[in-house]
Design a protein around this ligand. Structure first.
Ligand SMILES: Nc1ncnc2c1ncn2[C@@H]1O[C@H](COP(=O)(O)OP(=O)(O)OP(=O)(O)O)[C@@H](O)[C@H]1O
Ligand SMILES: [Mg+2]
Length: 383
């Protein structure tokens, strides 16, 4: 078997600077204060991947999976060691890494194509397939910063699989978006396998690793503790999981936390502009889990109105039914139908544990005279 990826003695150190002086003024007065700690995110990693192999990479949060993939893709430079690749590579990195958010979806497709060495004409040739696969439709000309997480991943995946890469790298993005789209992605990955391409897959979903990977490596605090057939590696990983605190790792939680419903006390999602709305989000969890709650609100035609802080608001889920109360104080929106996506993410905001697209549809009525999406309520006078 031809070797297409060679990772030899790769280590990655991060410097973390701890400020002694917290206020901006103190920091300006003492610019070199504080201490610098060196952190080993990866420690002498060695492995090779053969042509046509699908390699799973599993490990706890913070074990170095994304750092390893970023080194392989050339986004990060290893501190020591070497990485050799044969053929071209397309990568789907963590949410947020990849697209230029100020540019439209269309421009990003061309930019990404160019980065992979495709001519403009070559991108023209795949463009329709990318848009069709992504189901982005007319939003292809909207700036990516207005995309929902689901739309973002759909477009990123569509580009990565259509640029005809020899090596496909997928980091933890398949858990976003609805189940139908996930299934479509998994189908496409399987087609890639049949075509003899090489795939690196990071996912917290052990079932996906089992279904797709021939072989898996396990990372633990930057060290590779296993490399072998998927079943053996997953067993080693599970044994490690048991030894470690549950709350540090959501890998076993995927599928165990579920957003059941979003309801209102009156049962109605109709609200007058300027009035408040109380939402009760019912979350069913099979285990205790401390994560964060996030939400996104869209116009009926898919334009992002608001997204909560990506890190979300902390929630402590207990086994069984949990309720998260969302108080929308004074809704400044004008007439229209708005869709709400809600989700639970891990405390660092890197991984989606549970997600519900269009969990609720809110109908806002407005009898004022402004047009658009929000009421500015400006006072205008001549001086
Ligand atoms: N740019 C950076 N600067 C400093 N530390 C970093 C940086 N990037 C990652 N780290 C740290 O390196 C470690 C490995 O991070 P990495 O994102 O690779 O983990 P991961 O296995 O992908 O985790 P997750 O499952 O949460 O995605 C973490 O402790 C992280 O905080
Ligand atoms: Mg990661």
């Amino acid at each position: 078997m031809t070797t297409v990826i060679e990772v030899e003695g790769v280590s990655k150190k991060f410097k973390i600077h701890h400020e002694r002086h917290q206020s901006l003024k103190e920091r300006l007065l003492h610019p070199r204060s504080g201490t610098t700690e060196v952190f080993d995110a990866l420690q002498s990693i060695n492995f090779t991947v053969g042509e046509g192999e699908t390699l799973g990479i599993v490990g706890h949060n913070g074990s170095g999976k994304s750092t390893l993939l970023k080194c392989i893709c050339g986004v990060l430079k290893p501190t020591t060691g070497e990485i050799r690749l044969r053929g071209n590579l397309a990568a789907l990195l963590e949410l947020g890494a990849g697209f230029q958010t100020e540019l439209s979806g269309r421009d990003n497709v061309y930019l990404y194509g160019a980065m992979l060495g495709l001519s403009r004409k070559a991108v023209d040739g795949i463009f329709d397939d990318v848009v069709a696969f992504s189901e982005i439709g007319q939003f292809i000309d909207t700036q990516v910063k207005f995309y929902s997480s689901g739309m973002y991943v759909r477009l990123a995946f569509a580009v990565a699989v259509n640029v005809d890469p020899d090596i496909l790298v997928v980091d933890e993005v398949l858990s976003v978006g609805d189940e139908r789209f996930q299934a479509k992605c998994v189908d496409r990955i399987m087609r890639f396998q049949q075509e003899g391409r090489t795939i690196l897959l990071v996912t917290h979903n052990a079932d996906q690793v089992r279904a797709l990977c021939d072989r898996a490596i396990v990372l633990d605090r930057g060290e590779m503790i296993a490399d072998g057939p998927t079943r053996d590696s997953l067993r080693i990983f599970r044994e490690h999981l048991l030894a470690d605190a549950v709350e540090h790792d959501p890998s076993h939680l995927l599928g165990t936390v579920h957003i059941e419903s979003v309801s209102t006390p009156s049962g109605s999602f109709e609200v007058k502009s300027g009035a408040g709305l109380h939402l009760d989000v019912s979350v069913v969890s099979q285990t205790a889990y401390s994560g964060n709650f996030v939400m996104e609100l869209f116009t009926h035609n898919g334009l992002l109105v608001s997204r909560s802080d990506a890190q979300g608001a902390p929630v402590n889920l207990l086994p069984g039914h949990n309720h998260v109360a969302v108080d929308l104080g004074q809704i400044p929106l004008l007439d229209g139908v708005y869709n709400l996506n809600v989700g639970i993410v891990d405390p660092r905001g890197h991984n989606v544990i549970a997600w519900s697209e269009r969990a609720a549809t809110i109908q806002v009525t407005y009898d004022g005279r402004e047009g658009g999406i929000v009421e500015l309520g400006a006072t205008i006078r001549q001086q």
